[in-house]
Design a protein. Structure first.
Length: 702
């Protein structure tokens, strides 16, 4: 989303509450009581998705996962063992800066103290289609500084955004949830509302915020999921205010623009909603009453079907009353099945006009409204996500579509998935402080609604359905969970003006909070191995899980001109050319999966693997296809006590033309393993095997 305030037409942000939180827990006392009183399985009405009666969707603005949760315990953050290496050496956390320098992630708090600024009020960065592509860097994730500025590397921690951290520690946080496209707000919200972003009326792909020029834009010509809910007789509503930061994306679809024009016909020349409500916001009380009365007169001329779509999708409430309107419906038993919450600019969390503390206010009020009515809370799921990352850094390369998936390409590059953003799943069935590491994006929200309502969305493409999940893995409907103990956040600091954080003179890699957290079971079981083939290596990819796994290959010896991508359910392969004296490339996959391959082009050492998910063992076959005897060294790099590393280390001698097998058990490490394999007698040979062995049950984070 751009920071052009003329587009936003913000007449008055007002003051508003800055949060009801104080020292101690930031969760509403009503919600704490509801959690304590109601186990997850009680009152489920049969269990499973049938337990849910209400889904509340709060999409906020412009924060990346690392920017918010890089230091959170037990997620894929700054201590990520699977962080990719850049082509020039160093990790993805060491972003190339000016004149050969590197910029590391740095705390907003430290920059605020150094620059004498308020940590809540950092400003926005570039988040355009071209800027997103530059940061992505063809898959290398190495263009963040030149695309965004050094401020991209600034991050918050628990002291700065305590409510967000407490929600993660109390419910479930998703650390593989991605924005849908490498660009700004409107295209990402298109994916949330309709499952895709198609084309502009001029034939160009809808990868920018063109729709915000409401006077000229005719509206997108494809249908929304809300219309499908309407047709199926399922209740839904958008809760939004007179000033909504143009974030109610449904207003920019042709069907709703036509309804708006008809409803506004008596208001004196207004033809679209934002222009009308801008006039309402700036009017005197008398004039405002007159304008709203004229709108009601126009609404009265709508057909029954048009009136329903207007009231559910286009009707706005006075600025500052969104949470009150929501609470009123909760109390009256009128909460619809699907609620879309679209806050004002002040509450949006956008770094150009809002802040984390303002968002905490609206989140607190919504959760308080549910907590005060436990009978509603125990049947409700709240999804708190973010449309895009603004320009803030995240280190995890997103899965991207192969070139043959033309609907996911524009201007020669993939449209998505986009950069990782936070998703917090708040419900009675997500209590426990879990992390869910299944790959999701904004279309996953619609797919969750599909599973729950049975109403399908044909706009979602086959590739998106293959590579992303439907959010159900974030829930556990089978058992009750007690509310975990959480850290007690501090007092919210005061607010002040906007600024851009600068990195410190002395940089160091950030430290993530120590410890693990419970982890939801995942539908992947990836493996990969490499064997000699004509002119190179044949990399066999295997995924015995029930969902497709996305693999990426990073060619450090220039085996390919850019990183390669494959989506695999079952088996697939890459043929990797080796044109020099040696090869070195890395294959990554979901949930920390990693295989590093290096060795001489004429080498004879090979390692093949097999995963045993029942016993949580990884079986290695060490093969010598050369002419000299080799001694393989298999050494753990993690997930065993430091004092026991030597006990776990194996030395295996293999004669030419022979092979030897060994087994490494990951059972005591909850399925996690990280092994290095080298070969004495073959300089440069190395394999690294890292990942998690799923067994269908909840585990812990790595």
């Amino acid at each position: 989303m751009t920071t052009d305030m003329s587009r936003r037409r913000l007449f008055a942000l007002g003051g508003g509450a800055l949060g009801a939180a104080a020292a101690g827990s930031f969760l509403p006392p009503s919600l704490q009581a509801a959690i304590a009183a109601q186990p997850a399985h009680a009152g489920s009405g049969g269990g499973g998705l049938g337990s849910i009666k209400h889904v509340v969707i709060l999409m906020q603005e412009n924060r990346s996962f690392d920017h918010y949760f890089g230091t959170l315990r037990g997620v894929r953050g700054f201590n990520d063992r699977n962080a990719i290496e850049l082509p020039t050496g160093g990790t993805v956390f060491e972003q190339p800066g000016a004149a050969g320098s590197a910029v590391l992630p740095f705390p907003v708090r430290g920059a605020a103290e150094e620059q004498k600024k308020d940590l809540q009020y950092i400003g926005a960065l570039d988040h355009s289609w071209s800027g997103g592509a530059k940061a992505w860097g063809g898959g290398w994730m190495n263009g963040w500084i030149s695309a965004k500025s050094a401020a991209t590397m600034a991050y918050y921690d628990r002291r700065d955004i305590p409510l967000h951290y407490e929600l993660a520690d109390t419910f479930t946080v998703c650390d593989a949830y991605h924005s849908s496209i490498h660009t700004s707000t409107s295209p990402n919200r298109n994916h949330l509302w309709s499952g895709k972003t198609g084309f502009e009326p001029n034939g160009k792909r809808a990868v920018g915020n063109d729709a915000y020029d409401e006077g000229a834009h005719p509206g997108y010509d494809w249908s929304t999921y809300a219309e499908r809910l309407e047709k199926a007789g399922r209740s839904w509503r958008t809760y939004t205010e007179w000033e909504n930061f143009t974030d109610n994306q449904i207003e920019f679809y042709a069907t709703f623009k036509a309804i708006a024009r008809k409803a506004l016909a008596k208001t004196g020349g207004h033809t679209y909603m934002e222009a009308f409500y801008a006039k309402v916001r700036g009017a005197s009380d008398t004039e405002r009453t007159r304008l709203l009365g004229l709108l009601d007169e126009g609404v009265a001329t709508l057909t029954k079907q048009e009136r329903s779509l207007f009231d559910r999708g286009l009707r706005r409430v006075p600025t500052g009353t969104l949470a009150d309107e929501f609470a009123k419906d909760v109390a009256a038993g009128k909460l619809p099945e699907v609620s879309y919450l679209v806050p004002s600019a002040l509450d949006s969390e956008h770094p150009s006009v809002s802040s984390p503390v303002h968002s905490a206010t609206i989140v607190y009020k919504i959760l308080d409204a549910l907590g005060k009515h436990p009978d509603v809370w125990r049947h409700t799921a709240v999804l708190i996500n973010y449309d895009e990352n603004d320009g803030f850094f995240d280190h995890v390369p997103p899965p991207v579509a192969p070139s043959e998936v033309t609907e996911e390409r524009w201007e020669g590059r993939p449209t998505g998935l986009g950069i990782r953003v936070p998703l917090l799943v708040v419900s009675p069935w997500t209590v426990g402080g879990y992390v869910c590491s299944e790959v999701f994006d904004h279309t996953s929200v619609i797919r969750f609604l599909e599973r729950w309502t049975g109403v399908k969305e044909p706009n979602i493409g086959d590739w998106r359905r293959r590579v992303t999940g439907d959010l159900t893995s974030a829930f556990d409907f089978t058992r009750a969970r007690r509310q975990p103990a959480v850290e007690q956040p501090g007092v919210i600091p005061p607010l002040s003006g906007r600024w851009q954080p600068k990195p410190p003179a002395v940089q160091r890699l950030p430290e993530q909070e120590p410890g693990a957290r419970p982890a939801r079971p995942l539908p992947y079981q990836p493996d990969a191995e490499a064997r000699k083939a004509d002119g190179g290596l044949r990399v066999e990819l295997d995924n015995s899980g029930r969902s497709s796994a996305h693999f990426a290959l990073y060619p450090y010896a220039e085996e390919f001109p850019a990183p390669q991508h494959k989506d695999v359910r079952g088996r697939a392969h890459w043929t990797v050319p080796v044109t020099g004296d040696a090869y070195r490339f890395t294959v990554t996959g979901p949930n920390g999966f990693r295989r590093e391959f290096a060795g001489p082009a004429d080498g004879g050492a090979e390692v093949t693997t097999r995963i045993d998910h029942r016993d949580r063992d990884i079986h290695l076959t060490l093969r010598n296809t050369g002419r000299r005897t080799l001694t393989f060294l298999v050494r753990p790099l993690g997930y065993v006590d430091e004092d026991d590393v030597e006990d776990w280390t194996r030395r295996v001698t293999v004669k030419p033309g022979r092979s030897r097998a060994l087994v490494h058990s990951a059972a005591d490490a909850h399925g996690w393993y990280d092994l290095a394999v080298t070969a004495e007698g073959e300089d440069g040979f190395r394999r690294r095997l890292m990942g998690h062995i799923e067994n269908g049950r909840a585990s812990v984070s790595g």
